[in-house]
Ligand binder design. Structure first.
Ligand code: NDP
Ligand code: MG
Length: 386
C-alpha cells in the first residue's frame, strides 16, 4: 500500500489519478488532496477518498465545508499546497495543478524528500535547474506524467547505461495542423478547444492548438533528460499512437506506443517500476490504417520555435516565455486577442523582459511576474486590439 498526495485533484489529471486509486484500492491510499475553485467536485472527492488533509487554494470560510467532511484537517489558500506537498507524510506527491503554482509545490515536496510524480509542466519550464538540483540531492527520479516524457522515461528503462543520442517528441499537430496560417490567426475558441485526440484541461488544450504545449515539452525534456536543445526533435504524428521516441548511438530507436489515454502515464508514475492495469482500451494494430509523420511547420506554429530560442538564451527566458504564454492564453480565452497573436505576444514579451542567469527561486518568480506585467502592458497597445 502506498500513500499519495494529489495537488490539483479536481483537474483533468487529478480526476484520472483518483479513478486509478479507486481501481487499485489495495495499492494506493490518498492522504492529502487540494482543489482550487471547483469546490462541489472537491467535496465529493473528499467524501469518497477520505484523506487526512484537504485544502482549497481559493479559500472559503470553514462554515461552508459540509459537516460530514470535517473529519480531516482543512487548510485554505496557498498554504494548502505546501501542507499537502511537504507536511502530510506521503510516499508520493502528484503535482497536477496548472500553472507556475506547481513550481513551489515541486520544490516543497522535493525538499521534504518526497517521490514526485510530475504532471505540471510549468515547474520544469520555469525552474528546471532548481527542480533537477533538488531531485538529484534526494536521489529519487522525478517521475514524469506528461505522456511524451513518460514515453521517453519508459524507453530509457530498457536502455541500461546507454545515454540517448536524440529525443524525438511526437506531437499530434492539434486541430490546426493543416490549416493555412491566415486561418489559424482567426481561429475561434471553440475551434481551438477541440483537440482531435486528447481530452485535457482548457489551458493545455489551447497550448496544444498553438503547439506552445510542444514548446513547453521541449523545455521540460531538456531538463528531465539533461539533453541539449539541438538533440531534441519534434515530429508531427497525427494519430498519437507513438508517444515519443529515443534514438541511440547505433541508430536504434525505441518508442512507446499506446492509445491516447493519460491513465497509462499517470499510473506508470504511480506504480513505477511496476505496471498495473489502467482499465483502458488496447491498441489494435490490424485496425490501424497508417502511422504518419511530418516535420512541424514553424510558419503555422511559431510558438514552437520560441522554445528553442528560449533554451538558447538560457537563464529565466523560459520562465518569461511561460508567464507571457499564460497571459496570452487567458487573453485569447477572454476574447482580448486573436489566436494567432498568442505566439506574437509571447515573442514580444521575451524580447522586452531582462533575463536573469543562475536564478534563485525568488528570481524565477520575479521573472515570471515581470513577464506577466509586460505581457499585460503589451496587450493594451493597439497592435493587440481584436
Ligand atoms: P486542469 O485545468 O484540468 O486542472 C488544473 C488543476 O489545478 C485543478 O485541480 C484546478 O482546480 C487546480 N488549479 C487551478 N489553478 C490553480 C492555482 N492557481 N493554484 C492551485 N491549483 C490550481 O489542468 P490539467 O489537469 O489538464 O493539467 C494540470 C497540469 O498537468 C498542467 O500543468 C498541464 O500542462 C499538465 N498536463 C496535463 C495533461 C492532460 O492530459 N490534462 C497532459 C500532460 C501534462 P479547480 O479545477 O478546482 O479550480
Ligand atoms: Mg504531453
Amino acid at each position: 500500500m502506498q500513500t499519495i498526495s494529489i495537488l490539483g485533484s479536481t483537474g483533468s489529471i487529478g480526476t484520472q489519478a483518483l479513478q486509478l486509486v479507486a481501481l487499485h484500492p489495495d495499492r494506493f491510499r490518498v492522504v492529502a488532496m487540494t482543489g482550487h475553485r471547483n469546490r462541489e467536485l472537491f467535496f465529493e472527492q473528499v467524501r469518497q477518498f477520505r484523506p487526512e488533509m484537504a485544502g482549497l487554494t481559493e479559500p472559503i470560510p470553514m462554515e461552508e465545508i459540509p459537516a460530514d467532511l470535517r473529519f480531516c484537517r482543512w487548510v485554505m489558500g496557498k498554504e494548502a499546497l505546501h501542507v499537502a506537498a511537504a507536511e502530510v507524510p506521503a510516499d508520493m506527491v502528484l503535482v497536477s495543478v496548472v500553472g507556475i503554482a506547481g513550481l513551489q509545490s515541486v520544490m516543497d515536496a522535493l525538499q521534504a524528500n518526497r517521490q514526485v510524480l510530475l504532471a505540471n509542466k510549468e515547474a520544469l519550464v520555469t525552474g528546471g535547474h532548481l527542480v533537477m538540483d533538488a531531485a538529484r540531492r534526494i536521489g529519487k527520479p522525478l517521475l514524469p506524467v506528461d505522456s511524451e516524457h513518460s514515453a521517453i522515461f519508459q524507453c530509457l528503462q530498457g536502455a541500461g547505461p546507454n545515454k540517448p543520442e536524440r529525443l524525438i517528441l511526437t506531437a499530434s499537430g492539434g486541430p490546426f495542423r493543416t490549416w493555412e496560417p491566415k486561418d489559424i490567426m482567426l481561429a475561434t475558441k471553440e475551434q481551438a478547444l477541440k483537440h482531435p485526440n486528447w481530452s485535457m484541461g482548457r489551458k493545455i488544450t489551447i497550448d496544444s492548438a498553438s503547439m506552445m504545449n510542444k514548446a513547453l515539452e521541449v523545455i521540460e525534456a531538456r531538463w528531465l533528460f539533461d539533453m541539449p536543445a539541438e538533440k531534441i526533435d519534434v515530429l508531427i504524428h497525427p494519430q498519437s499512437v507513438i508517444h515519443s521516441m529515443v534514438e541511440f548511438e547505433d541508430g536504434a530507436v525505441m518508442a512507446q506506443l499506446g492509445t491516447p489515454d493519460m491513465r497509462l502515464p499517470i499510473l506508470y508514475a504511480m506504480s513505477w517500476p511496476e505496471r498495473l492495469a489502467t482499465g483502458g482500451a488496447r491498441l489494435d494494430f490490424a485496425a490501424m490504417k497508417a502511422l504518419t509523420f511530418e516535420q512541424p511547420d514553424l510558419t503555422r506554429f511559431p510558438g514552437l520555435g520560441l522554445a528553442y530560442e528560449a533554451l538558447k538564451a538560457g537563464g529565466t527566458m523560459s520562465a518569461i516565455l511561460n508567464g507571457a504564454n499564460e497571459i496570452a492564453v487567458d487573453a485569447f480565452l477572454h476574447d482580448r486577442i486573436r489566436f494567432g497573436q498568442i505566439a506574437q505576444l509571447v515573442e514580444e514579451t521575451m524580447h522586452a523582459v531582462p533575463v536573469v542567469y543562475h536564478a534563485t527561486l525568488d528570481q524565477v518568480f520575479e521573472s515570471d511576474r515581470m513577464a506577466r506585467a509586460k505581457a499585460q502592458e503589451l496587450l493594451k497597445t493597439s497592435r493587440f486590439a481584436v
